[in-house]
Design a protein around this ligand. Structure first.
Ligand code: GAR
Length: 192
C-alpha cells in the first residue's frame, strides 16, 4: 500500500489536446509536488490528452456527455469513489452546474486563457486582439457557479504585439498557462 503522502488526491478534467494536463502530470512527478493525480476524466472519447494519462499509467475515463445531469451524476460518483479532494479543469469545455459544485463540496479550479475578469467564455484571443488590448494572459481561479468568475488564485500577463494573430497569441498564452497552473496549485495548497 502506498505510504500516506499528504498529497492532495487530484482529478484532472479535460476535453481535448491536454497540454495543461501534461504540465500538471509533469509537476505531480516532481519530488515536492503537493498533488497526486489519480484520475483523468474526459467528456470526449477522442481527446488527445488521454494519451498523456495512459503514458503515465493514470487511470482515465471518458464520460459521455448526453446531458448535464447524467454526466454530473457519474462524475460525482467517480470523484467520491476515488476520494478526490482537488479537481483541476484543464481545457474542460463543459460548464459544471452550481448544484453539482455545491453537492461535491471540494475545491475545483480552472485555467482560463485571458486576464479575468476580462474575456470570460470562448474565443478570448480574437476578442482581445480585436479590442486592441495591450496585454492578455492566463488566470487560474476557483470554479464557482458563475462562469469564469470565482476567486482568482494566480494570473500572468503577456504582451500583445501588433503582429500577433489569434494563433501566435494562443501559443504565447499557452506557454505561460503551463507555468502558472502548477504555481497556482502550490499557492492554493500552501495556504491551506
Ligand atoms: C487552454 O488554453 C485553456 O486555458 C482553455 O483551453 C485550452 C486547453 O488547452 N480553457 C478554456 O478556454 C476554458 N474555458 P489544452 O487542452 O492543451 O490544455
Amino acid at each position: 500500500m502506498e505510504k500516506l503522502s499528504g498529497k492532495k488526491i487530484t482529478a484532472v478534467l479535460i476535453s481535448g489536446r491536454g497540454s495543461n494536463l501534461r504540465s500538471l502530470i509533469k509537476y505531480s512527478k516532481t519530488k515536492k509536488s503537493l498533488i497526486r493525480i489519480v484520475l483523468v476524466i474526459s467528456d470526449n472519447f477522442s481527446a488527445k490528452g488521454l494519451n498523456y494519462a495512459n503514458k503515465s499509467n493514470i487511470n482515465n475515463i471518458v464520460i459521455k456527455y448526453s446531458n448535464r445531469k447524467s454526466f454530473e451524476d457519474r462524475l460525482f460518483k467517480l470523484l467520491r469513489r476515488n476520494n478526490v479532494d482537488l479537481i483541476c479543469l484543464a481545457g474542460f469545455m463543459k460548464i459544471l452546474s452550481g448544484k453539482f459544485i455545491k453537492k461535491l463540496n471540494k475545491t475545483i479550479i480552472n485555467i482560463h486563457p485571458s486576464l479575468l475578469p476580462k474575456y470570460k467564455g470562448l474565443n478570448t484571443h480574437n476578442r482581445a486582439i480585436q479590442n486592441k488590448e495591450k496585454y492578455s494572459g492566463a488566470t487560474v481561479h476557483i470554479v464557482s457557479d458563475k462562469l469564469d468568475s470565482g476567486k482568482i488564485i494566480l494570473q500572468k500577463k503577456v504582451k500583445i504585439t501588433k503582429s500577433d494573430s489569434k494563433k501566435s497569441l494562443e501559443k504565447k498564452v499557452l506557454k505561460i498557462e503551463h507555468k502558472i497552473y502548477p504555481k497556482a496549485i502550490i499557492k492554493l495548497l500552501s495556504s491551506d
